[in-house]
Design a protein around this ligand. Structure first.
Ligand code: FAD
Ligand code: SF4
Length: 349
């Protein structure tokens, strides 16, 4: 029986799982396909995180450092698992770099892919330079300046369109991405901090700033930062003769058509299933749920298990999730893997 736990994917979930398993005394091999650890918050350059308010590079950076400095954790970057043979207690993984890893259990923390706004062409992304996504806005905030990409001017009016690539059955995305209302309210406040004269609008179907976020983000962004929320159904984003963007649709509260000029339009993009999920399902022998996220097995007594014994799945690989929850999933998977492992070792002795 191998005393090693293989963790695949080094975002918040995988970093938490790797630390948890190593802390419990196991050897860990962490495999990440990119050249950097940290997952979406680091790879996409997020600014301040909800709800801690800490810069992503500091908060997630600490998680990366903790794992990198742990002698029990061996890290392979720029690598994937190409093949997995064996069974619980005795898996052998062959990596894309030719390395082989013997492991008793596997934790899949392979996360999500950001929705590509090109799939919503009527809302102007890819056509107009000043239509951007929340990840681009996060990068502007992290760099300390809000600007229109077309000419670098500071925008007088910014609007954030919610639910881009989420809750949209026409393009096959039925799910709510869970974090984007709160992240957008947070970004609206950050815009105002950096550029007090900019007016910020949020166009929404419903607001889902769940739990304590309602007060800290939804109400605060209006009452302290003057963000204007408009309940609307957006039809299209075009450009007016003065080169300003025109956001067209219907104000669904007063049931009137609206055409509103904006300098910068931001798509609050959702969380898609990881594009690698078919390959991951094939290599690891786990299932996919109907939208293409990884499937979990029976949850109540075999929490974070999958269709295959000894392989655990958690974090945003299972569906849209926030970082705090992902960190808990990571620790829970480590606990499951270490626990099952120890029981099997005792039975074998
Ligand atoms: C614009 C935006 C802003 C957000 N801001 C916040 C916020 O402020 N607070 C908050 O709580 N949440 C926020 N979120 C959600 C947050 O991004 C996720 O909760 C978190 O990144 C999920 O962590 P994860 O480790 O499960 O997945 P990921 O962050 O996606 O990490 C998965 C890792 O696995 C790697 N990987 C993928 N496939 C493979 C493979 N086949 N082999 C090896 N490695 C692989 C990836 O490269 C990546 O490093 C935001 C989301 C968006 C879209
Ligand atoms: S969290 Fe808000 S913006 Fe994101 S999909 Fe759900 S309702 Fe839409």
């Amino acid at each position: 029986m191998s005393d090693t736990i293989l963790v695949v994917g080094a975002g918040p979930t995988g970093l938490s799982a790797a630390h948890g398993a190593a802390f419990a005394g196991k050897q860990v091999v962490l495999v990440e396909k990119e050249s950097k650890l940290g997952g979406a918050p680091i790879l996409s350059g997020y600014a301040r995180l909800v709800p801690s308010g800490e810069w992503a590079k500091d908060a997630i950076g600490r998680m990366v450092k903790r794992v990198e400095e742990d002698a029990r954790v061996t890290i392979y970057k720029g690598a994937k698992v190409a093949q997995l043979d064996g069974e619980f207690g005795n898996f052998t993984a062959t990596l894309s770099n030719g390395q082989t890893v013997d492991a008793g259990a596997v934790i899949l923390s392979t996360g999500f892919t950001h929705f590509d706004s090109i799939n919503k062409p009527e809302w102007g992304f890819g056509t107009f330079e000043d239509v951007v996504t929340t990840t681009q806005l996060e990068q502007m905030v992290a760099a300390g300046r809000i600007a229109c990409p077309s000419d670098g001017r500071v925008p007088e009016r910014v609007c954030i369109l919610l639910c881009v690539g989420s809750r949209d059955r026409q393009i096959g995305r039925e799910w709510c991405s869970k974090v984007c209302c709160t992240v957008s309210a947070n970004l609206a406040m950050e815009i105002k901090e950096l550029s007090p004269k900019t007016d910020v609008f949020i166009y929404y179907m419903d607001i889902r700033t769940y739990g304590l976020y309602e007060d800290r983000y939804y109400w605060r962004s209006q009452e302290e930062f003057g963000t204007k929320y408009v309940k609307a159904r957006i039809a299209e984003v075009t450009m007016g003769p003065d080169k300003r963007l025109l956001v067209k649709g219907e104000d669904t509260l007063v049931k009137r058509p609206i055409v509103i000029p904006m300098d910068l339009v931001v798509h609050a993009i959702g969380m898609d299933p990881n594009h690698d999920n078919r390959e991951i399902a094939r290599v690891f022998g786990v299932g996919l749920e109907k939208h293409g996220f990884l499937d979990r097995g029976e949850h109540y007594t075999a929490t974070f298990g999958s269709a295959r014994r000894g392989i655990y799945v958690g974090g945003a690989a299972l569906g849209p999730e926030d970082i705090d929850t992902c960190i808990s999933h990571g620790l829970a998977m480590a606990m499951r893997a270490v626990g099952e492992f120890n029981v099997s070792a005792q039975q074998a002795a």
